[in-house]
Design a protein around this ligand. Structure first.
Ligand SMILES: [Zn+2]
Length: 64
């Protein structure tokens, strides 16, 4: 898993490949937030293994 869908991943069960931690996406620890690209990296709250990244909806403004 690498890209996490922001709207849904917080309610999904995420599993860490490294330490076998399992929990909700909302329990993941924020590893890093990139201001320029609005990408948020998440890592395992237990062992710190990188789980994936997501982009909040605000990062893609709709142009009509
Ligand atoms: Zn882990």
């Amino acid at each position: 898993m690498s890209y996490l869908t922001y709207e849904t991943f917080r309610e999904e069960i995420i599993a860490c490949k490294k330490c076998e931690w399992k929990g909700l996406g909302s329990e993941l620890q924020i590893e890093e937030f990139h201001d320029s690209s609005f990408i948020i990296d998440y890592c395992c709250p237990k062992c710190g293994e990188h789980i994936g990244f997501t982009q909040p909806p605000m990062s893609s403004p709709k142009k009509s």
